[in-house]
Design a protein around this ligand. Structure first.
Ligand code: GTP
Ligand code: MG
Length: 463
């Protein structure tokens, strides 16, 4: 296999901090020779003589001082059987910042270059070990927030999405070939195409593309969680609700209005639905600068919410402030919560119910843990109402993939237009090409180098 990049790169691949073990990765044609030069194995074992997939105990020596830098285990990988497809050594050091930095520095002094973020994955991609959708799957696995999100990420990494895209591309290429043949043999009328049959085939592929595209809303939720914003006036009990749902004292709760000033986010699962739950600063007019910024942030989060829990205080009833907050979120899926019902058990709720006829209204006492089960049920109902079922085989989780599919569908629309106008077959080919190129963007074949660079720059260091 010919490698495009073969200078040797190295990086610390484990988090900065203390742990039992920390890992340094070294990759490139010279990686094994380079580490062999600083590794002193038991019985003077020479790393250069070792097979791939073997682990070797010993020490990394500092050539300048002749002293031990750390006690390590080196794992040898031989091209093409490694993550990057190149020769690789993974040096397992003690997981402290100093041993790791010291060993990395020695590796760099021996001629390796510090890897850029995502550079190992980029080499895996450039060396044909994985395609772009799979590479992105790696980062999704690392950043998964929910179990379902992790399952989807693993299926992307394993190549399920890539295979689906390959199938769609095959169908497009089949169509393309069929049309080309029809052009070539037009004179003989051997391959005369039935226009209805042709339209059927085009529509079938477009339908498949649209079906995949339709999973993107849900896919995003599985990756990031359903953005659920708890909003309301100060002191209605928003942070108390956050804590109750999390079953821990995460947010500060006091009877002083304006307690929460910054956004607090946590992930929870409600009956398998991943929620990214967001406690916000109570919205009110305020002169306090810090609180003011908090209120602005709340308004911004409301705009980005997938679901809003609008909290009211039963004792105060519905106020102008509540309605103003409602205006900020009225376009969103929204559940109205009337809190503190323990303080006013005899209260008449008609006024509130009449004001929000199209939303679920739930009476709760966060303090007495009343109504929380009902709230969870209502959340599930809203989510199911949005069509989130979780039973598709493959989900589109990234905006980049979604945009590529939109382009492919648009190209297919143009193909259908051309067909309906009865224009010659040659004219189809441009749009079919566009559809193919758009799909190729997902797996990475039809992207320019700078876009690929940009995608890998978002990866973590050492991956
Ligand atoms: N009686 C009663 N008090 C409650 C209930 N829920 C919350 N509280 C009290 O209401 C006060 C305010 O609660 P928080 O959860 O801090 O209210 P908040 O909406 O987060 O307030 P800000 O952060 O200031 O916007 C605290 O004293 C809570 O103990 C409830 O169901 N019943
Ligand atoms: Mg609060």
């Amino acid at each position: 296999m010919a490698f495009i990049y073969n200078d040797t790169i190295a990086a610390i691949s484990t988090p900065y901090g203390t742990a039992g073990i920390g890992k340094i990765r070294v990759s490139g044609s010279e990686a094994i020779d380079l580490v062999a030069g600083i590794f002193k194995g038991v019985q003077d074992k020479d790393l250069r003589q070792q097979k791939g997939y073997t682990a070797h105990y010993g020490h990394i020596m500092d050539p300048e001082t002749g002293k031990i830098a750390d006690e390590v285990i080196c794992i040898v990988f031989r091209e093409p059987h490694s993550f990057t497809g190149e020769n690789m050594v993974e040096i397992d050091c003690h997981g402290g910042l100093l041993p790791l930095q010291r060993v990395l520095e020695i590796v760099l002094k021996r001629g390796a270059r510090l890897a850029e973020p995502g550079e190992f994955s980029k080499r895996a991609f450039l060396n044909g070990r994985i395609d772009l959708a799979q590479a992105e799957g790696i980062m999704e696995v690392i950043n998964a927030r929910t179990n379902k999100g992790l399952d989807l990420a693993l299926s992307h990494l394993e190549g399920k999405l890539s295979r689906k895209i390959a199938g769609l591309k095959d169908a497009l290429i089949g169509l393309y070939a069929h049309l080309e043949a029809a052009i070539d043999y037009a004179e003989d009328e051997v391959e005369d195409l039935d226009p209805d049959e042709l339209e059927g085939s085009i529509k079938e592929i477009k339908g498949e593309l649209e079906k995949l595209l339709a999973t993107s809303e849900q896919g995003k939720i599985y990756r990031e969680g359903l953005k659920t914003v708890i909003a309301g006036k100060p002191n209605v009990g928003k942070s108390s609700l956050m804590n109750a749902l999390l079953e821990e004292n995460r947010a500060i709760v006091t009877d002083i209005p304006g307690t929460t000033r910054d956004i607090i986010e946590e992930y929870i699962n409600i009956e398998g639905i991943p929620l990214r739950i967001i406690d916000t600063a109570g919205i009110r007019e305020t002169e306090d600068l810090v609180e003011k910024i908090g209120v602005e942030r709340t308004e911004q989060y409301l705009q980005e919410a997938d679901l809003v829990l609008l909290m009211l205080d039963v004792v105060q009833g519905l106020t102008e402030e509540d309605l103003r907050i409602y205006q900020l979120a009225s376009e969103k899926p929204l559940i109205v919560l009337i809190n503190k019902i323990d303080l006013a058990p005899e209260r008449d709720y008609r006024e509130i119910e009449e004001r929000f006829p199209e939303h679920s209204i739930i009476r709760v006492s966060v303090q007495e843990e009343q109504g929380l089960e009902e709230l969870k049920k209502a959340i599930v109902e809203v989510v199911l109402g949005e069509g989130i079922t979780g039973d598709e085989e493959i989900y589109i989780t990234r905006t980049r993939h979604k945009n590529a599919l939109v382009k492919a569908v648009q190209a297919m629309d143009r193909v259908i237009d051309t067909h309906r106008q009865g224009l010659p077959y040659d004219l189809y080919s441009i749009d079919l090409r566009d559809a193919l190129d758009a799909l190729g963007e997902i797996t990475g074949e039809t992207l320019t180098e700078d876009i690929i660079d940009r995608i890998f720059q978002d990866f973590c260091l050492g991956k």
